[in-house]
Design a protein around this ligand. Structure first.
Ligand code: 3H9
Length: 677
């Protein structure tokens, strides 16, 4: 087998190169080879210093995630880090790309660090349900101030090279030949007595740390995930215990967490993200040119899509029905850009620059030069069919046409074109410039070029693309509509909105289903129910509660009343809603039963899983992990739980013979709708 670590020598400097594509993950083989070189160099008295660098696009991006959760294989990374830190000669880490997790830990064991201007450095372990396991929580706070170390480890967000320099995390930045600069640096270090290794130094600015305040903030944000709090505890140990004791405790914590359900679920989420949209990667067709993209409709969704496109470097031509609407749409995009500046997600200069690439008009002819047009007009099949008919007439035959519909039949829109192979769905999630998910909807006739264009757009927008077939609501909204409906039946059976919302929050959702409805408004779903009322199967149960709230003008937060009362700014349970629920229970002839949080959540999961299973059987979703990804990235499902399909698979693995979650809803007097939606 080819070696993964090599060493060359230049005038007494050893250059040790890790070459383990694609991201130089530090697998057992890399650890073994690297450790062997450390020992060799200790014995070689011709060597004055060593440089640790990587081949390919990045420095070490961390431990090999495939090995986590399995019995550790020797040599362990802490052993390698200790050996580098205790080496006879100074070691310099030359960092390009990303130095993450175990990669940063290796560099912390070196005597010094030099990075190029594009480098990013971080300890993202908490995003995988673990804490750093090779000295990160002990060496980092001895190099950068403790509050900054706490931020990096408990938040998991990498810092850019310039910030790393300011923190003292790297010693030098270099924008040209990184290797030569690293060799020069190593030469300098060899010539002068070094500082004691990090492990022998005290923590920096430890008294500035408000441990209690941070613990409260983490608890509020973690939504039940354990790793961030464990990371804080590890850092607290590091600040208060001798380094060798803190290292020992860090390792114990790391091994315990690596074997936890939370870590397994987060690893699954990590790999699901990477495998999403795999079917698109094999498409050989060339995508349409995305330099200029058209957006039809500049409401909240259209403006969000335009903002996302501008921020990824596209020119945007926005079409509205008249000059005033075009002007309003232009303004809306400007406001979204300003808000992005306010949030710190984009700089003022960048926002001002991209603003110039937006044109909004009521004339559709400027669309003609766009490679892709995305319609985001009112969610009405006739309105959208008209748009497609017009686009088909004016757009050149090689332009791709997309709809941002959330529910409507993409095939019926494609019917309006001469060549339906160029039509696809691109379902963005609001706010479109913030949310990571993009459902790429493959219609009956959607061709490879249209799909390749969707994939190229997702990549450019840095969104997670999941392919869906055509059905009412595609993957995400179909599942959401199903569990929302069941939650309303649970109201009839005895639960109250606040109980259901609390059960979801306890599970890890940021908000419960009724709170979400109040935030987004109850009127759109109401309009949809009214429009399909004539075709509803009368033999199926129907819950009237939401209709009654809407009829009473309770449309959510915007009317200060919905499932809750928002009269004085806060969210309060409203006895009026409880009364309506009780009346509807009486009308349905149901005796209310009490339901526990666990029962409520099991019921919600069972509906998600049942619908997910149907999506797979019908060929709408390509894989169970795609379904989970949609729920994690678009619907607030807690990432550390893996997703409904992941939980279904693990539930049956863990407790064979247990009552499957799907059976729980079968006790419902309204189970008919579960069987036949
Ligand atoms: C850790 O270090 C623990 C230590 O504290 C203690 C140990 C004792 N392992 O994301 P991409 C694969 S925990 C294995 O598409 P990009 C990935 O699956 C680790 N595989 O590229 C994909 O494979 P495929 C802490 C990994 O350019 C391919 O590489 N580190 C790993 O968009 C390309 O990945 C992290 O959490 C890995 N560590 O982004 C960093 N990383 O082609 C995790 C990637 O078969 N990695 N792969 O689908 C990342 O954040 C991104 O991959 C990175 C590159 C930013 C580096």
């Amino acid at each position: 087998m080819a070696s993964l670590v090599s060493c060359e020598y230049r005038d007494g400097i050893a250059i040790v190169t890790i070459d383990n594509p694609p991201v130089n993950a530090i697998s057992q083989a890399v650890r073994a080879e690297l450790l062997a070189f450390v020992h060799d160099l200790n014995r070689n008295t011709d060597i004055r210093a060593a440089v640790l660098r990587c081949a390919g696009r990045t420095f070490v991006a961390g431990a090999d995630i495939n090995e986590l959760g399995k019995p550790p294989l020797a040599p362990a990374l802490p052993e390698v880090a200790d050996a580098i830190e205790g080496a006879r000669v100074p070691w310099v880490a030359a960092i390009h790309g990303a130095a993450l997790g175990g990669g940063l830990e290796l560099s912390l064991a070196c005597t010094a660090r030099i990075a190029d201007g594009q480098a990013r450095l971080g300890l993202p372990e908490v995003t995988l349900g673990i804490i750093p396991g090779a000295g990160g929580t002990v060496r980092l706070p001895r190099l950068v101030p403790v509050p900054d170390a706490v931020e990096m480890v408990t938040g998991g967000k990498p810092v850019a090279a310039t910030a790393a320099l300011a923190l003292g995390l790297v010693d030098r930045l270099c924008d040209e030949d990184l290797l030569s600069a690293a060799i020069g640096f190593a030469d300098d270090l060899a010539a002068r007595p070094g500082l004691p290794p990090l492990i022998g130094r005290p923590c920096r600015n430890a008294t500035d740390m408000d441990w209690q305040g941070k613990a409260t903030a983490i608890k509020a944000k973690a939504r039940g995930a354990k790793a961030p709090m464990e990371a804080l505890e590890a850092l607290r140990d590091s600040a208060h215990l001798p380094a060798h004791e803190a290292l020992k405790r860090e390792r114990e914590r790391f091994l315990r967490l690596a074997a936890s359900d939370e870590a397994a679920a987060l690893r699954y989420a990590f790999f699901s993200e990477r495998s999403a949209g795999r079917s698109l990667a094999s498409i050989a067709s060339e995508p349409a040119d995305l330099a200029r993209v058209g957006v039809v409709g500049g409401g909240t969704m259209g403006a969000g899509i335009a903002t996302a496109l501008l921020l990824c470097g596209c020119e945007v031509q926005l079409l509205e029905r008249d000059a005033a609407a075009a002007e309003a749409a232009h303004r809306r995009v400007g406001e979204m850009l300003d808000a992005s500046v306010g949030r710190g997600s984009v700089s003022r200069e960048a926002a001002d620059q991209v603003r110039n690439r937006l044109a909004a008009s009521s004339d559709d002819m400027p669309l003609v030069s766009c490679g892709l047009v995305i319609e985001a007009v009112f969610e009405d099949i006739d309105v959208k069919r008209d748009v497609f008919s017009r686009l088909d007439a004016i757009m050149p035959p090689d332009a791709v046409l997309a709809t941002n519909t959330s529910y409507l039949d993409v095939n019926r829109l494609a019917e309006m074109t001469v060549d339906p192979t160029r039509v696809l769905g691109l379902h963005f999630f609001a706010p479109a410039h913030v949310m990571k998910l993009l459902e790429i909807v493959r219609g009956r006739h959607t061709g490879d070029r249209a799909l390749a264009t969707g994939a190229a757009l997702a990549k450019r927008l840095k969104k997670t693309a999941v392919v869906s077939g055509v059905c009412h609501g595609f993957i995400g909204n179909r599942i959401m509509a199903a569990y929302r409906r069941d939650c309303e039946f649970m109201l009839l059976e005895g639960a109250l909105p606040a109980q259901i919302d609390a059960a979801m929050r306890d599970f890890g959702f940021a908000m419960g289903v009724f709170e979400v409805q109040d935030l987004s408004g109850l009127d759109i779903a109401w309009a949809q129910r009214k429009s399909t009322a004539s075709t509803r199967d009368p033999s199926l149960p129907y819950c009237h509660i939401a209709d009654r709230l809407c009829e009473a003008g309770r449309l959510g937060r915007k009317t200060k009343k919905g499932w809750y009362d928002y009269g004085d700014g806060g969210q309060k349970v409203d006895p009026e809603v409880t009364r309506i629920i009780e009346e509807e229970r009486a009308r349905a002839g149901v005796n209310a039963l009490s339901m526990s949080s666990v029962q409520i959540m099991q019921r919600i999961l069972s509906v998600m899983q049942r619908e997910g299973h149907a999506l797979l059987v019908e060929g709408i979703a390509e894989s169970a992990s795609d379904i989970d990804l949609v729920m994690l990235t678009g619907y607030g499902f807690p990432r550390h739980r893996g997703g409904p399909m992941y939980l279904a698979a693990h539930e049956s693995q863990r407790t064979p013979g247990s009552v499957p979650a799907a059976a729980i809803g079968a006790a419902s007097p309204f189970k008919d709708w579960l069987i036949k939606p």
